[in-house]
Design a protein around this ligand. Structure first.
Ligand SMILES: Cc1cc2nc3c(=O)[nH]c(=O)nc-3n(C[C@H](O)[C@H](O)[C@H](O)COP(=O)(O)OP(=O)(O)OC[C@H]3O[C@@H](n4cnc5c(N)ncnc54)[C@H](O)[C@@H]3O)c2cc1C
Length: 259
C-alpha cells in the first residue's frame, strides 16, 4: 500500500510545483467550443468572476462525465450521447470519519491499522496506519460502496449520517459513541465537480461496449481521459493510463499529418 505523506493532495501539489505556474487554479470550465479544426475553452475564474478563453489545437478533457454532461459543448451527437449515458453510472460512495480524543483501538484492543469489515451499512471501519500511540487519531467510521446503503447515507444530512455510523459502529465497539469525537462525512454524489465517486460502466448492460469506444476515439480536437476512460476505474492508475493513451493518440495524429 502506498500513502502519500500529508494526504492525496500532495500528488497534485507536486505537479503544480514542478510545472511552475502552468496549472490555473479555481478555473471552472463553463463552455467547450469547436473553432475550425481546433477548440476554445471558456472558463470562469471562481475568485474574481472573470471569464477567459483559451484556444488550442487539441483538448484532453478529464472532467468526470457526471459533470461534463452539464457543460455546454460542441461535441458530436454520438459523443454527447455517450457522455450522458456514462454520467448515469457514477457510484455514490460515502465516507464518515471521526476524530477520537484517544487511540483506544490501539491501547485497549491492540488494533494497529487495518480494516474491520461489518455487515452493517457503514461496511467498514478503518484504523489509522500511522501515528501509533499518539495522542489523538482519526478513524474512518464508514466507507460505503454498496448501492442501497450508499443511497441511504447520501440522502441523510451530515448529522444523521454521523448518528447512523455511530449506531452501526456500536455493534463492533461497545461504548463507541463516547469513544469517538467530532465527525465529518463526504457523499460524493453531492460534491460539486465530482457528482459521483467513480464510474461503473457495468451498471447499464452493454454501455461499455456501445459508448466507451465512441469516447475513446475522440471527437475532432477533443480527447477524453480520466479513470472513466480506462479499465481500471475507481483507481488513479486508470486515470494515468488513460492520459498516456490520449497523449499517444494525439502524438500519432500529429506525426501522421506532419509527414
Ligand atoms: C472514496 C474514494 C476512494 C478512492 N480510493 C482510491 C485509492 O485508494 N486508490 C486509488 O488509486 N484511487 C482511489 N480512488 C479513485 C481516484 O480518486 C480516481 O480514480 C482518480 O482521482 C480519478 O482521476 P481523474 O483525473 O479521472 O478524476 P478526478 O480526480 O475526479 O479529477 C477531475 C478534476 O476535474 C475537475 N473539474 C470538474 N469539473 C470541472 C470544471 N467544470 N472545470 C474545471 N475543472 C473541473 C475536478 O475538480 C477534479 O479536480 C478513490 C476515489 C474515491 C471517490
Amino acid at each position: 500500500m502506498l500513502q502519500p505523506v500529508g494526504g492525496m493532495d500532495m500528488i497534485v501539489r507536486a505537479f503544480d510545483r514542478v510545472l511552475g505556474g502552468m496549472i490555473r487554479h479555481n478555473e471552472e470550465v463553463v463552455r467547450i467550443e469547436r473553432v475550425g479544426e481546433g477548440a476554445r475553452i471558456i472558463s470562469l475564474d471562481r475568485s474574481s468572476g472573470r471569464r477567459s478563453a483559451l484556444e488550442a489545437d487539441f483538448v484532453i478533457c478529464t472532467i468526470p462525465l457526471s459533470v461534463l454532461e452539464h457543460i455546454p459543448a460542441d461535441f458530436s451527437p454520438a459523443v454527447s450521447h455517450a457522455i450522458s449515458v456514462g454520467a448515469k453510472m457514477y457510484f455514490p460512495a460515502v465516507k464518515v470519519a471521526f476524530e477520537a480524543p484517544r487511540r483506544w483501538w490501539e491501547t485497549d484492543q491492540q488494533l494497529y491499522g487495518g480494516i474491520s469489515w461489518t455487515g452493517r451499512d457503514i461496511t467498514q471501519i478503518w484504523y489509522p496506519s500511522h501515528g501509533f500511540h499518539g495522542e489523538k487519531g482519526v478513524l474512518v467510521g464508514a466507507y460505503i460502496w454498496s448501492h442501497d446503503p450508499a443511497r441511504r447515507f447520501t440522502a441523510m444530512t451530515p448529522a444523521e449520517r454521523h448518528a447512523a455510523a455511530i449506531s452501526d459502529g456500536e455493534r463492533l465497539h461497545p461504548g463507541y459513541e463516547r469513544l469517538v469525537g467530532p465527525a465529518v462525512s463526504v457523499a460524493w454524489a453531492k460534491i460539486p465537480y465530482s457528482l459521483g465517486a467513480w464510474i461503473e460502466w457495468e451498471t447499464i448492460s452493454g454501455a461499455r461496449q456501445a459508448e466507451y469506444p465512441t469516447l475513446l476515439a475522440g471527437d475532432g480536437p477533443f480527447y477524453f481521459a480520466g479513470e472513466h476512460m480506462s479499465y481500471v476505474t475507481a483507481w488513479q492508475e486508470g486515470a494515468v493510463q488513460s492520459a498516456h493513451y490520449a497523449v499517444s493518440e494525439i502524438a500519432e495524429r500529429v506525426a501522421a499529418t506532419s509527414k
